[in-house]
Design a protein. Sequence first.
Length: 81
Amino acid sequence: MSSPQEIASRILKQFDKDNSGSIDASEVRALLEETYKGLNHQVTDQDVTDTLAFLDANKDGKISEQEYIDMVQKAWANKDK
């Protein structure tokens, strides 16, 4: 079974189209569109902005692999609460 870190790393790499090691706003949009697929939610610019603001700990305008892994680990640790 894969660890939360391995899963997060694979997901980020799937959306990191330029192989920079992080996802920028356009790649975040693609990730959100995939996440919301089938939920009848149109991803907005505000969704992208809010996601970046929430996950971009160092405020460089991108979500690094480590920032994404940190979020997944926190969510995994709190999944049963």
